[in-house]
Write a protein that binds this ligand. Structure first.
Ligand code: UD1
Ligand code: CA
Length: 451
C-alpha cells in the first residue's frame, strides 16, 4: 500500500462569503464547515495529515483535528502557492499526496477511494476529481480532447465563452504521485490574477504526456465548494437530507424530513418519531420510543426513553425516561426532570431537579430548586428566586402539595408531605406534614390530640 499524505487547503480569504469570520467556521448541520473534510481525512487514515492555514488562522486552528500538522501560508497567493507550503514537510515522506479543500464538505469516502483506485490502475501522476453539474458558474472547467482525454482545467475567470459552456467542472480535489508533484509544484506560473493555480499542474502533466486521469464523481452534489451563503444553504439542505436518511434507515420515524431540522451531531434511538417543524440541534441525544414535536426545539439536551415533547423548547436540559413536556413549555439550562415527570403547558424550569413523578401541569416557574418525588406543583406556582442581586434556592420535599398560585420566596424550604394553600406567599420554611396559608404564609396550628 502506498504511503498517503493528505493536505487540506484552508488558508483562503472567503471574500465571497462577505463575513467577518472564516467561511470554514460557518456552521453546516451543526458542525463547522471544516469539520467535514477533517472527518474525511480521519476516515482515510493517512500516514500524514497537514492543514494549510492563513486567513484567520487562529480561529480556524481551534476547529482542527489535533492530529493534523499545520503550516502557515502568508500571504495567500492561491491554491498552488498553498500546496507549495507543504513541500518542505512532506517531500520524501510519502508516495501519494491527496489535496482536499476546506470548503468542500459533501465528499464521501467511497468517492475518494474510487478516485484513488483509478489513479493507481492508470499509474497516473495526477488524478483530478471532476463532476458534471447543472450550473458550472464559478468553477474551473475540465477541457477534454476529441478522444475524451483531459487537456487542462481553465479557471472561470479566464475561460472563453465556449469554455464557460462546459458543464464538467473541477472539484479541486487532486491526487498526485508525490515525486512528480515535488518536481513540478515549484514551476507553476503566476496567473493573470496574480495567483498560483494548482490546476495549472494538469496542463503541465498533459504537455509532457504524463498519465493524467479525470475521475468523474457519480454524484455531482458531492463536489460542491462553498463560496457564498447561497452555497451554504444548498449544502445545508443536502446534509440535512443525509442525516434524515441515516436516522430513518436506523429505525427513526421522521414524518416530513423537509420540515425537520436535525444536526449531524444528534443521536436518536429506535422507534422514536419526529413530527414536522422540529429542530434538533447540537449535542442532543434522544432515546427510544419518544415522540418529539410537532413544533419543538431541542438544543444540547438529553432525553431518555418513552418521552413526549410537544411544541416545547429544551435547552441543555436532561430528561430521564417517561417524561412528558408541553405544549408550550421551556426547559432551560440545568433543568433535570427525573423518571415520569409531567410538565404541562406554560411551564419554565431552570437549574432545578424535579424528582420522580413530580407533576407541574400549568403556568409555573421553577428555578434554582430541588423538588422531591411525587410532589404536585399547583397551577401558577412561582419560585421567587431572584432578589435583584442574587439567586436563592427553593427546596421542596417528597409528596408535598403546593397549592395554586403559591409564591415561594427563596431561600425557602417546604418539608415532605407539607401543603401550601392557594395564593400562599411562603417567606419562611414550612415543616414536614404541616399546612401553610395566607400572605405572608403562616403554618396552621395543629389541634392538640384528644386523649
Ligand atoms: C478552486 C479551483 C477550481 C475549482 C474549485 C472547486 C483553483 C485555482 N481553482 O476555485 O478549479 O473548480 O476550487 O471548488 O484551484 N486556499 C488556500 N490558499 C489560497 C487560496 C485558497 O488555502 O491562497 C484554499 C481555500 O481556503 C479553499 C480552497 O483553497 O479551501 C479553494 O480556494 P477557493 O478560493 O475557494 O478556490 P475556487 O475559486 O473555489
Ligand atoms: Ca471554493
Amino acid at each position: 500500500m502506498n504511503q498517503l499524505a493528505v493536505v487540506i487547503l484552508a488558508a483562503g480569504q472567503s471574500t465571497r462569503m462577505r463575513s467577518k469570520k472564516s467561511k470554514l467556521l460557518h456552521p453546516l448541520a451543526g458542525r463547522p464547515l471544516i469539520a467535514y473534510p477533517m472527518r474525511l481525512v480521519a476516515e482515510l487514515q493517512p500516514a500524514q495529515r497537514l492543514a494549510i492555514l492563513g486567513h484567520l488562522a487562529t480561529e480556524v486552528r481551534a476547529a482542527l483535528d489535533p492530529k493534523a500538522q499545520e503550516v502557515l501560508q502568508e500571504p495567500q497567493l492561491g491554491t498552488g502557492h498553498a500546496l507549495q507550503q507543504a513541500q518542505p514537510l512532506l517531500q520524501g515522506q510519502c508516495q501519494e499526496v491527496l489535496v482536499l479543500y476546506g470548503d468542500t464538505p459533501l465528499l464521501r469516502l467511497e468517492t475518494i477511494q474510487a478516485m484513488r483506485q483509478a489513479h493507481q490502475e492508470h499509474g497516473a501522476v495526477l488524478t483530478l476529481l471532476s463532476g458534471i453539474v447543472p450550473d458550472p458558474t464559478g468553477y474551473g472547467r475540465v477541457l477534454r480532447d476529441a478522444r475524451g482525454q483531459v487537456q487542462a482545467v481553465v479557471e472561470d475567470a479566464e475561460a472563453s465563452p465556449e469554455q464557460r459552456a462546459i458543464h464538467e467542472i473541477n472539484s479541486g480535489i487532486l491526487l498526485f504521485q508525490a515525486d512528480w508533484l515535488w518536481q513540478h509544484l515549484p514551476q507553476i506560473p503566476r496567473s493573470l490574477q496574480g495567483e498560483y493555480y494548482l490546476t495549472d499542474l494538469i496542463g503541465m502533466a498533459v504537455e509532457e504526456q504524463a498519465p493524467v486521469v479525470a475521475y468523474t464523481a457519480p454524484d455531482p452534489e458531492e463536489i460542491m465548494g462553498i463560496n457564498t451563503r447561497l452555497h451554504l444553504a444548498q449544502a445545508e439542505a443536502i446534509l440535512r437530507q443525509r442525516v434524515a436518511q441515516r436516522l430513518m434507515l436506523a429505525g427513526v420515524t421522521i414524518l416530513d424530513p423537509t420540515s425537520t431540522y436535525i444536526d449531524d451531531t444528534v443521536e436518536i434511538g429506535r422507534d422514536s418519531t419526529i413530527y414536522p417543524n422540529s429542530y434538533l440541534y447540537g449535542e442532543t441525544r434522544i432515546g427510544e420510543d419518544c415522540v418529539i414535536g410537532p413544533n419543538s426545539l431541542l438544543l444540547d439536551s438529553q432525553v431518555g426513553d418513552r418521552c413526549r415533547i410537544l411544541a416545547s423548547v429544551l435547552e441543555q436540559a436532561l430528561l430521564e425516561d417517561e417524561v412528558d413536556v408541553g405544549p408550550f413549555s421551556h426547559m432551560r439550562k440545568g433543568a433535570h426532570l427525573a423518571h415520569g415527570v409531567h410538565v404541562g403547558n406554560f411551564g419554565e424550569v431552570k437549574n432545578a431537579h424535579l424528582g420522580p413523578g413530580v407533576k407541574m401541569g400549568h403556568f409555573s416557574y421553577i428555578g434554582d430548586a430541588e423538588i422531591g418525588a411525587e410532589t404536585n406543583i399547583g397551577a401558577g406556582t412561582i419560585t421567587c428566586n431572584y432578589d435583584g442581586t442574587q439567586k436563592h434556592r427553593t427546596v421542596i420535599g417528597k409528596k408535598a402539595f403546593i397549592g395554586s398560585d403559591t409564591m415561594l420566596v427563596a431561600p425557602v424550604q417546604v418539608g415532605d408531605e407539607a401543603k401550601t394553600g392557594a395564593g400562599a406567599v411562603v417567606t419562611h420554611d414550612v415543616p414536614p406534614k404541616t399546612v401553610a396559608y395566607g400572605v405572608p404564609a403562616r403554618v396552621q396550628k395543629k389541634e392538640p390530640a384528644a386523649d
